[in-house]
Write a protein that binds this ligand. Structure first.
Ligand code: IPM
Ligand code: MG
Length: 361
């Protein structure tokens, strides 16, 4: 088959890691008889430098003309929060999520077998295994609510960020979570702050209604503070964790860290139509950009998710995942996952090690 992929290389380490993922995609194409065409899409700080804004006109249309979008990373100190909104890379990231309708963000966090000892958790906790899927609502809540800044007479400047959720928004992300759970270990943990927030009380009502429709899936409510604690106390208890936008942002960093490295975890963001967007969950790491030090695995595993969810090619996805596991089992480590004293390889060498293993049966 023939697929068109939009590439957002982005800032910092973005271009380096996307390059490795593209090599892997092409190799999978050769092996399984698919061909790929790439469309470069300018977005992020690099776009600000090139054309004065981080989200150039026509970006969404360009992405919509493709079957899927692969994004490296955007952001950096050069385009910080003191800059006007249209120049900040984060603005572009939120805009592309909104314009492509990518309300469901899937962030799997699994302890890869070869790296069991990279988890910062105690060995006996890690030994129980970690294999969870964070399902984060991505186009609603406080990220997209009204922002205000105004002067008051007696309290100086005051700001407000509105957090709103509709039943419809909650139901569609909830449904995704239950459907994903059916393909996994059939358990949904819904995370909220229903003891304080009205949006969370609605969240909980809607989730309870959905739970009735999925009697084969075990369901529980978890308060967000308790969830943060349970993730380090006993992460093995979680299968699918579904939560609103900001809670999901915070908890997914925590979930990734307990698996050993944020450099390993992929993500998929999808809506009801094409294209979906795939990206590593880590940032642009400007401190190591251009030094061949970044771990390309999260981006390569994001490409595997692209094969599975956008191209419906599960065998190809597994070939990539197996090659990654094999490279790790064979001892290849980038600096972020190397133990003290262990020899580390660079971005390109790690990419090559994975490429070599795509061909192996
Ligand atoms: C993420 C990132 C983004 C977010 C930032 C860069 C806006 O942290 O994808 O998790 O908060 O969604
Ligand atoms: Mg984040």
């Amino acid at each position: 088959m023939n697929f068109q992929i939009a590439l957002i290389r982005g800032d910092g380490i973005g271009p380096e890691i996307v390059e490795q993922a593209v090599s892997v995609i092409n190799r999978v194409g050769e092996k399984f008889g698919h061909s790929f065409a790439y469309v470069d899409v300018l977005l992020g700080g690099c776009a600000t430098d090139a054309v004065g804004k981080s989200y150039p006109d026509g970006t969404a249309e360009l992405c919509k003309s493709c079957d899927a979008v692969l994004l490296g990373a955007v952001g950096g100190p050069k385009w910080g929060s003191e800059k006007p909104a249209e120049q900040r890379p984060e603005t572009a990231l939120l805009a592309i999520r909104r314009d492509l309708g990518l309300y469901a963000n899937l962030r799997p966090a699994a302890l890869r077998p070869a790296l069991a000892d990279a988890s910062p958790l105690k060995a006996e906790i890690a030994a129980r295994g970690i294999d969870l899927l964070m399902v984060r609502e991505l186009t609603g809540g406080i990220y997209f609510g009204k922002r205000e800044r105004y002067d008051t007479e007696d309290r100086g400047v005051e700001c407000a960020d509105r957090m709103a959720y509709s039943e419809r928004e909650i139901a569609r992300i909830g449904r995704r979570a239950f459907e994903m759970a059916r393909l996994r270990r059939k358990k949904v943990s819904s995370v909220d702050k229903a003891n304080v927030l009205e949006t969370s009380r609605l969240w909980r009502e809607v989730m309870h209604r959905l739970a009735q429709e999925y009697p084969d899936v075990a369901y529980e409510d978890v308060l967000v503070d308790n969830c943060a604690m349970q993730l380090v106390r006993d992460p093995g208890q979680f299968d699918v964790v579904v939560t609103e936008n900001m809670f999901g942002d915070i908890l997914s960093d925590e979930a990734s860290m307990i698996t050993g490295s944020i450099g390993l975890l992929p993500s998929a963001s999808m809506g009801d139509g094409a294209p979906a967007l795939y990206e590593p969950i880590h940032g642009s790491a400007p401190d190591i950009a251009g030094q061949d030090k970044a771990n390309p695995i999260a981006t390569i595993l994001s490409a595997a998710m692209m094969f599975r969810y956008s191209f419906h090619l599960a065998v190809e996805a597994e070939a990539i995942e197996r090659a990654v596991d094999q490279a790790l089992a064979d001892g290849f480590r980038t600096p972020d996952i190397a133990r003290p004293g262990e020899r580390a390889v660079g971005t390109r060498q790690m990419g090559q090690a994975i490429l070599d293993r795509i061909d192996q049966p």
